[in-house]
Design a protein around this ligand. Structure first.
Ligand code: DC
Length: 229
């Protein structure tokens, strides 16, 4: 049976950085579910659809065939056979993914794929509803949070480093993050929420290594328990 680790939390708390490193150290497959919602968002935007028009988006999602594959160990997202990975990390796509992930057919499309991937291999999957909806029986659940100002600073630094800051400022990024996190946690379908059996970690004042070590401690204990069960 495969071992599943679920990591949930708002944007910019360090989920993907941590999950990637953890997957490398534990030899698990890392699945970034946010990238899957972003891939569909790219498709909606490139087809000039109004992301607030639920009916149009739910119609269009039927035409989008999404797959994920690994290229040099990195997750790539393909929509209708086209690799859209380089287009996933813009502010427009962040917003479009947050808005369109509220719609049931969009979530449904990805849910089955996510569960299948977790069934056949050991995975670390990160997102918003992994511990609550996608993998409610995950062996280890982590819920990561950080102060909003820390989230915004991390996003600002990432954009700056990758030369994608454009006209964004710290304040505009903070406002976008607050808006997205509010939407993601107040939507009706699979909102961002800590699972009752998840370990919560506030990453604001810890280094990546420190967070990684805390999760590894939980992992060792949980794995021991599941082997003895
Ligand atoms: O993790 P991220 O910022 O790449 O996610 C982009 C958006 O996708 C996020 O604002 C909400 C949505 N999402 C979701 O609804 N459920 C998930 N499991 C992952 C992401």
């Amino acid at each position: 049976m495969s071992f599943n680790i679920a990591i949930d939390g708002p944007s910019g708390v360090g989920k993907s950085t941590i999950a990637k490193k953890l997957a490398r150290d534990l030899n698990f497959v890392y699945i970034d579910t946010g990238a899957m919602f972003r891939g569909l968002a790219v498709y909606f935007l490139e087809n000039n659809l109004d992301i607030d028009d639920e009916i149009a988006i739910c119609d269009a999602v039927e035409q989008a065939r999404e797959t994920i594959d690994y290229v040099d160990g990195e997750q790539h997202v393909f929509v209708n056979g086209v690799d859209v990975t380089d287009k996933l990390r813009t502010e427009a796509v962040s917003r479009a993914a947050s808005v369109t992930s509220q719609y049931i057919p969009v979530r449904k499309k990805l849910l089955e794929m996510q569960r299948e991937m977790a069934e056949i291999q050991d995975v670390i999957m990160d997102g918003r509803d992994i511990g609550t909806v996608v993998l409610p029986n995950a062996h280890l659940k982590i819920y990561m949070v950080a102060r909003p100002e820390v989230q915004a600073q991390r996003r600002y630094d990432q954009l700056k480093e990758s030369g994608k800051l454009a006209d964004a400022t710290f304040e505009s990024i903070l406002a976008d993050i607050r808006e997205r996190d509010y939407r993601d946690s107040h939507r009706e379908n699979a909102p961002l929420r800590k699972a009752d059996d998840a370990f919560e970690i506030d990453t604001s004042d810890f280094t990546i290594e420190e967070v990684l070590n805390k999760i590894k401690e939980h992992f060792e204990r949980t794995r021991g328990e599941s082997e003895n069960a």
